[in-house]
Design a protein around this ligand. Sequence first.
Ligand code: GDG
Length: 463
Amino acid sequence: MPRLVAVSNRIADPRRTAAGGLAVALADALSASGGLWFGTSTQRDDRAGSDQGGEAKVHLQRAGEVTLATLALRREDHDAYYVGYSNGVLWPVFHYRLDLADFDAGDIDGYRRVNRLLAHKLMPMLRADDVIWVHDYHVIPLAAELRALGSTHRIGFFLHIPLPPPLILAAIPQHEWLMRSLFAYDLVGFQSNTDLRHFARYVQAEGRAEQRGDDLFHAFGRSVRARAFPIGIDVDEFASLLQGREAQETLATMREQYAKRKLLVGVDRLDYSKGLPQRVRAFRRLLERHPENRMSATLIQVASPSREDVDAYADIRRELEGLCGAINGEYGELDWMPVRYIHRTVARRRLPGLYRAARVGLVTPLRDGMNLVAKEYVAAQDPADPGVLVLSRFAGAAEQLGDDALLVNPYDTQGTADAIQHALRMPLDERRTRHERLLACIREHDVHRWHRTFLQTLTEEHA
Ligand code: GDG
C-alpha cells in the first residue's frame, strides 16, 4: 500500500477529541499506511525567509502511526496568505459574497509565495510512490508548485467549501490562474453535484475544456477527473461520545433546567456564511407571530470564535450580539430568556448532549460546502423521540438530507419562522420516520466512505 501524504493549512493531533471527526477520519486513512500530515504551524518564524524557505525547518512529531509535519511562517507571509487572500478573497467569493471580498488587500503574491514554500518543504520529504491528498482553498496551487519541482505523484484535491457559478468566480482577478492550477491534480473532489456543475460550466466556458466521459475534463494541456464526494461524519464515534460522562452530564443539566421549555439549538463557528443574524430574526418572528411559543421556545446558540483577525468577523459578531440583546430585552421574562448566546467554544465531548436535548436543530447557513453540524445533530438524536432538523437549502447537506429535514430559505424570515413552528409541532410518528431516513443516510454516506471512495478513485487509474 502506498503511503498517504495529506496536506492542509492546519493539521490536528488526531489523538485529541477536540480535533473533531475530520481529523479522526484522516488519521484513520493516514495510520493505515504510516502516513504523513503536513501543514502550517500556529507559530510564527521570521527566519522563514523567501519562498524557498530560508532557514525555516519543518517540525516533525509522531502521533501513533502518523507523522505530523508543520512549518512556521513569517508573520508577513501568514497575513498575506491566510488573512489576506485565503480568508479575504477566496472564502467570501466562494460563498457568493462579492460584497465582502477585499481584492486589494487580498495579497495574491503572499498566497503564491506560501504555496511555493510549502511545495519546496514537502518535496524532499516525499517518497516516489506516495499518494498526496491536498485539502481546501488555502492550498489550491500546491500541486502545480510540486509539479514544477518535478513531482509525478498521484495528487488529489478536495474543496471543503462551495465552488460558486462561473460569473461569480470570474470576479477574482486571478480566477483563470486558480482554476488552471486545479488541472495539475489527478483528481478534484467537491462536496456536492451543484459545485461539480459549476466546475464543469466554468472550464467549458473559460478553459474551452472538453469533457471526456462522465468525469474527465481535458483543458490547459492536462486532464483532470472531477467528482462530488460529499463528506460525512463518523456516526459511531459521535454515538460513543454521546455515551460519555460529559455528554450525559450536559444532557441531564439541559433536561433539568429546561424541563418545561422546548429547546432549539444552533452550533456554528461565528462566520457570516452561517446565517446567524437571519436565524435569530426568524426566531424573533416565531415569537411575534406564534405567541404560544413565548415562555417556552428557547434558542441556545453556540457561536464559537473564528478568524477574529478578519474585519468582517468583528462586524457579524456585533450584529449578532445586538440582535440577541434586543430579542431578550423585548420578549424576556424574569424566569425565561428566549436566546442564550454563547461566544465560546463548547467542549466537543459535550456537544452530543446539547444536540440531544434540543427538539429542533437549526442549521441555516446562507451558503455552506456541506455542514457537518446537520449530520451531528441527526446522529445524536434518540430514535424513539427524535428532534427535527431545520436545514438551509443552501447547505451542501441539503442535496442528501433535503427530503427528510425541513428545508428553508434563510433569507425568508417568515418562511423560516413557519418551518420552526412546524418543527416544534411535528407529531412523534412523523419525527421518527424522518429521523430514521436521515440516520440511514448519514450512516451510508459517512466519513469513512468519503475518504475510501476519494482515495480509491485517486489511485485506481494508477494500476
Ligand atoms: C468547512 C465547510 C464543511 C462548531 N462549534 C463548536 C464546534 N464546532 C464543530 C462542529 C463541526 C465543525 O465544528 C463545523 O463543521 P461545519 O461543517 O459545520 O463547518 P466549517 O467549520 O465551516 O467547515 C463545511 C466542512 O468544512 C467539512 O468539509 O462541511 O461546509 O465550511 O464538527 O461540531 N466544536 C466544538 N465546540 C464548538 O463550540 N468542540
